[in-house]
Ligand binder design. Structure first.
Ligand code: MRU
Length: 338
């Protein structure tokens, strides 16, 4: 129904409200920069590339309201979520472009740059698809059968503006007539796999099956997966890569089973300032998300819970990084800087 996840509607920004999917397809309107910061924090929008694009729109809303204040909205956007570096990348890019301008020029320039960042995201994801499809094509040509992909969380078009990162090679493969089936890991506790990835694969008509997160080891060990494709929220300089909690377990099991594990991400996810995974800030969320399932408590009332949103997959477990600049090895990653 909506081809994109975020767009300008007159002076306002409209986003697809991802908290309601898969049951309801509805949008939310952002009028003030704080709406954007709140929308990111409450996960109306989520997914690393989209968080960056949303922050750029938030800065543009701020400039329309008060073009003399760059620092206030930048700080509140930066505080909205910690792990996806695309947020910092977008805010810093907006601030760097707007600071030298006369306040009278900033609103228009900010809106223009938010549109540029949006189009760049679409192009980057499409390029990830074009580069990554070679991995799926190779499997199909070698085996002559349907390519089996395992993914985690939602690194699809809902996590970006269009196409997605991990799903882009799948969508391009489908367009090329390469038969592909996706194992969708539900992704407890917020179920982005079951609720979002499955939803967009239904929309796209891509064969898929939802499995519980704990099924990944069995799937990999029983030869049901040709390659694992996930996204990333931050790739450190040495290639250590943060993604949705549970990604590391899949990468470890994939290595044990001899199945290639690839990360798909645009250059804006690379953090040259972060030497390795130990420096990546990991979001910790409310324990309530773990303790309550489908509106019902699943643990005794007094049990505490911890709820880390992300984990770090060490670079040694990643076979390649599928980026908009090509399929890279860890030593090539510095080319993503700038
Ligand atoms: O907490 P979320 O839903 O924002 O987490 C999203 C992920 O972990 C995605 O896999 C990641 O952002 C890559 S998106 C292309």
């Amino acid at each position: 129904m909506y081809e994109r996840t975020i767009w300008w509607n007159g002076d306002h920004v409209e986003v697809l409200d991802q908290r309601l999917l898969p049951h309801e397809v509805a949008t939310v309107t952002w009028r003030r920069p704080q709406d954007a910061a709140d929308g990111i924090a409450t996960m109306q929008v989520r997914g690393a590339p989209l968080i960056g694009v949303a922050a750029a729109h938030g800065m543009a809303l701020a400039m329309a309201l008060d073009p003399t204040d760059l620092d206030g909205p930048a700080a509140s956007l930066l505080a909205s979520r910690p792990t996806a570096v695309n947020l910092r990348w977008a805010v810093e890019r907006m601030v760097a472009a707007l600071t030298p301008l006369d306040p009278g020029q900033r609103a228009q320039a900010a809106r223009r740059l938010s549109l540029t960042i949006t189009e760049e995201d679409v192009a980057a994801c499409r390029a990830i698809g074009d580069h990554g499809v070679s991995l799926l094509r190779e499997v199909h040509e070698r085996t002559g059968r349907t390519v089996q992909v395992l993914t985690h969380c939602n690194a699809g078009r809902l996590a970006c503006v269009e196409w997605g990162t991990a799903t882009a090679p799948v969508y391009v493969a489908a367009q090329e007539g390469i038969p592909v089936h996706v194992w969708v890991s539900e992704t407890r506790p917020r179920n982005q796999g079951a609720s979002l990835t499955a939803w967009e694969l239904v929309q796209a008509g891509i064969p898929h099956t939802v499995v519980v997160d704990n099924a990944a080891g069995h799937l990999l060990a029983s030869g049901r997966v040709d390659l694992v494709l996930t996204g990333a929220d931050r790739i450190a300089a040495n290639g250590d890569s943060a993604n949705k909690i549970g990604t590391y377990l899949k990468a470890a099991a994939a290595r044990d089973c001899g199945v290639p594990f690839h990360i798909a991400a645009p250059a804006s996810t690379y953090d040259a300032r972060c030497p390795d995974g130990a420096g990546i800030p990991i979001e910790e969320r409310e324990g309530e998300e773990v303790l309550v399932f489908a509106g019902r408590s699943i643990a005794p009332g007094r049990s505490p819970a911890r709820n880390w949103g992300f984990d770090v997959t060490p670079a040694r477990l990643v076979d390649s990084w599928i980026t908009d600049r090509g399929v890279l090895q860890a030593t090539d990653l510095p080319m993503l800087d700038g």
